[in-house]
Design a binder for this molecule. Structure first.
Ligand code: XIL
Length: 374
């Protein structure tokens, strides 16, 4: 018994030391001058996705940091169908109204995420059988939600993740029941309901050539139909040791030639291995936990934090170079502990993808992102 206890305490002591060591490479946020939004004021908007606790203003540390650093916020989940439209005839705007009021109160822009997406749909939508009913859903859902917030939010991710990796349309319930015109239709409905709100197409991996070509085709089709699309969102769930810089730069240029704004909407540079060696941020992918896939459970080694800082610095240097084409860069979360990448695609890992650590202190990557603006 005594031996077991000793072992346990030794382990606790070692892990505390490791965590302390990793914390020593982070700094307290006291300096107003190093505000992200201030530093990037004349370059592009810098944003973060907020979780439910943050939207309810129950996370004081996150709240202070959001107000200091971000000029735009996106709700991570609460404007998705399963929350905002739980039943055919029932909407729940409680949290959506809250984030819009929070933005107004603090002079922070809000981006709506997302109107039409195959994932996190309410069960009633998944059960819809007929084309007519799904068409009615599309119309009611977009009209009701987008009109409520028109003039109050900056933009909407009207359609999210409608493409497969090869650039063809995703085989979703919307494609199979409504046919390929559902995307143009969604934008047409949104344009009518929200004349004062920017309208975006948002997806992951659309920096990759084949999927990018699919996205360009889709955007051109919307434009050719005389329907408004204001911007494209490249999600940006990349691995910090493997950021596709060349493809990102090509995409910024190509999307900009369509006459629309380019945005990076869900940026996080994870440091962990991906089970499929892929950047596909498909929320439905899952893999089994094993310790090898969770190498930094006790703390982020300084060398990994430094490499991540270099990647973030290079990426923001590229963004700044193309600031005339980029309108916004949003991080998918506030601090490392709150990132969805701790639970996806493997549950129970410890990831470090953002600029702020688990104690809301800034990491080396924060410094390189600030430096890239200067
Ligand atoms: C994620 C959220 O971060 C998680 O909390 C949720 O469990 C699943 O969805 N692409 C998107 C986002 O467009 O909506 C996803 O957000 C991440 C991938």
């Amino acid at each position: 018994m005594l031996v077991i206890c000793k072992k346990k305490y030794t382990l606790i002591a070692i892990s505390s030391l490791l965590i302390a060591a990793s914390c020593s490479s982070t700094k307290k946020l006291t300096d107003k001058k190093s505000s992200l939004q201030q530093t990037y004021k004349n370059i592009f908007l810098v944003g973060a996705a907020l979780n439910t606790t943050q939207i309810e203003e129950k996370d004081a540390a996150a709240d202070a940091l959001v107000k200091q650093h971000f000029s735009v916020i996106t709700p991570e989940n609460i404007m998705k169908c399963e929350i905002i439209h739980p039943d055919w005839n029932r909407y729940d705007f409680m949290l959506a109204d809250k984030i819009v009021a929070y933005g107004k109160k603090n002079n922070i822009a809000v981006v709506g995420h997302t109107l039409i997406w195959h994932s996190q749909l309410s069960p009633f939508v998944q059960k819809i059988q007929s084309k007519d009913s799904l068409q009615t859903f599309l119309n009611n859902h977009i009209t009701t939600i987008a009109s409520r917030y028109d003039g109050k939010i900056k933009g909407w991710d009207v359609v999210n993740e409608a493409l497969e990796e090869d650039g063809t349309l995703r085989k979703s319930i919307f494609l199979s029941k409504l046919g390929e015109d559902y995307i143009v239709e969604a934008f047409r409905i949104a344009q009518k309901a929200a004349p004062n709100t920017e309208l975006y197409y948002n997806d992951y991996n659309i920096e990759q050539p084949k999927k990018r070509a699919g996205a360009i085709e889709l955007i051109k089709k919307i434009q050719a139909a005389g329907v408004r699309i204001d911007g494209v969102g490249i999600q940006g769930h990349w691995r910090s040791y493997r950021v596709p810089m060349k493809e990102i730069e090509e995409s910024i240029k190509e999307f900009a030639t369509l006459g629309i704004k380019v945005m990076f909407t869900e940026l996080d540079l994870g440091v962990l291995p991906n089970p499929w060696d892929s950047d596909a941020a498909d929320v439905n992918l899952k893999a089994e936990y094993n310790a090898k896939m969770n190498p930094y459970a006790t703390g982020l080694p300084d060398s990994v934090a430094a490499a991540q800082a270099k990647s973030y610095g290079d990426l923001f240097t590229l963004f700044v170079k193309h600031k005339d084409k980029i309108s916004r860069v949003t991080f998918w979360g506030v601090n490392d502990g709150q990132s969805w990448l701790n639970g996806w695609p493997i549950i129970g890992r410890t990831n470090y993808p953002l600029l702020f650590d688990r104690n809301f202190k800034y990491k080396p990557a924060f410094t390189t992102v600030i430096a890239a603006a200067k």
